[in-house]
Design a protein around this ligand. Structure first.
Ligand SMILES: Cc1ncc(COP(=O)(O)O)c(C=O)c1O
Length: 427
């Protein structure tokens, strides 16, 4: 056990084989880049191997035993994911390749609502000139670009919440920004740069008053067990498997079944249809309507194993451990002269992604010095260019923590930054 929390981190670290390796020669790996992609526990790796060694077949169409097993494993993973996020029913869980695809699916589907392909009711999703989509300045590009493209296609107008200097959403104009013309409000639950956790329920309440749909990019919050779709307030939630101990190539869109039933399909192809004639087709009920072609089957099964793993460890214990690491990191970083933390400086309504700049040292140079010492962080704009512009910086360095990180690793980061300051003569 760590002294500070009830999580047995030493035991957890044994589940992650990669954490045992050295990098840059004899340096033990200090992996502080989980907001980028998380490491994978043995339980997930073994599930992938077992699937390919013993059960591999295509799903929903193969009539043999392996096909049945693969289908059961894939649909079983859907149930596990649904349970992990508190969904009422697994039919509310659509598998995608990542959260980017989940958001694009929604934007494309809404843009296609004129086709009536979602059934008689799909027209109510239609967007037209004069309609508005509201996002925020702290979004990842994945939750900006799809809406820009949708605006271009439909003539709708893109609007956004700004950020305050301490890295919170500026909600002072909320009632003006979200108004009778607003059709969609799309925002991150937790910023991948600032760590800020946004007040989704309040914003969703305002959006619902004016009849707008609320999409939450939960890529940075589901991995920490922060999402229960019954209480979040969103209509649509997207997240990505590789940031939550799962494989790459698998993501999720959650939405209520009635909303999914109304939305026209995204991609056309095998297994998303009910019947096909030469002139037209009808579509399978959700979630299959949105899963065209052969899906990332093993990856979905691996994601199911990841949710099992996180649930077994316990999301409460994971959150407490991450809060403890975050408190330690914020305190230690605050003691470094010339270091500016870009998000909230207090561990309140914020998660464990900490971005910062260090006076006189470019983030790429800093990350290189850290990498030489075995400390893996991310440097750049973290796919949030508008946010960096708003904060008046070109780039930043980001350290991000997960269940397997330790105080000693935070200390290695801090030592590395001090070393870089000495090296560049800025101390
Ligand atoms: C908040 C947020 N949204 C979207 C994404 C995009 O994730 P993916 O590349 O898995 O689609 C990320 C990844 O960094 C993210 O942090």
């Amino acid at each position: 056990m760590t002294a500070e929390t009830s999580l047995d981190v030493a035991r957890i670290r044994k589940d992650f084989p990669i954490l045992d390796r050295n990098v840059r020669g004899e340096r033990p790996l200090v992996y502080l880049d989980s907001a980028n992609t998380s490491q994978k526990p043995r339980q997930v790796i073994d599930t992938l191997t077992d699937f390919y060694e013993r059960h591999n077949a295509n799903i929903h169409r193969a009539t043999h035993e392996l096909g049945e097993e693969a289908t059961q494993a894939y649909e079983g993973a859907r149930i596990k994911v649904a349970t992990f996020i508190g969904a009422a029913d697994e039919a509310e869980v659509v598998f995608t390749k990542n959260v980017s695809e989940a958001i694009n699916l929604v934007a494309y589907s809404i843009g296609n609502a004129t086709a009536g392909a979602g059934g008689a009711d799909s027209g109510r999703l239609r967007l037209a000139e004069g309609d508005e989509i509201v996002i925020t300045e702290m979004e990842h590009h994945s939750n900006i670009v799809p809406w820009q493209l949708l605006c271009e296609r439909t003539g709708a107008r893109l609007r956004w919440f700004g950020v305050t200097p301490d890295g919170r959403l500026d909600l002072s104009r909320a009632d003006e920004l979200i108004n009778a013309r607003t059709r969609v409000v799309a925002l991150a639950h937790q910023s991948n740069v600032l760590g800020t956790i946004n007040p989704i329920a309040d914003i969703a309440a305002r959006a619902h008053e004016v009849g707008a749909l609320v999409l939450v990019d939960a890529a940075q919050s589901v991995p920490h067990g922060l999402v229960d779709v019954r209480t979040l307030g969103a209509d649509l939630v997207g997240f990505t498997g590789h940031k939550m101990c799962g494989p790459t190539g698998i993501g999720v869109l959650w939405a209520r079944r009635d909303l999914l039933a109304t939305m026209p399909p995204f991609l056309g192809g095998g297994e998303m249809i009910e019947t096909v004639w030469m002139e037209r087709s009808t579509f399978a009920p959700p979630p299959h309507k949105f899963e065209a072609g052969t899906m990332p089957i093993a990856e979905a099964v691996g994601l199911g194993a990841a949710t099992d793993y996180l649930a077994d460890v316990g999301v409460g214990a994971i959150q407490a451990h991450e809060r403890d690491l975050l408190r330690h990191a914020l305190e230690a970083l605050a003691g470094i002269g010339g270091l500016r933390i870009l998000g909230p400086a207090e561990p309140v309504q914020r998660g464990g992604a900490v971005s910062f700049t260090v006076e006189g040292i470019h983030p790429h140079d800093l990350s290189q010095v850290l990498d030489d010492r075995g400390v893996a962080v991310r440097a750049g704009h973290h796919c949030a260019w508008p946010l960096h512009r708003a904060l008046g910086v070109q780039a930043s360095t980001r350290a991000s923590f997960y269940l397997y990180n330790t105080h000693a690793e935070v200390d290695a980061l801090v030592d590395g930054i001090r070393q870089a300051q000495k090296f560049f003569g800025t101390a």
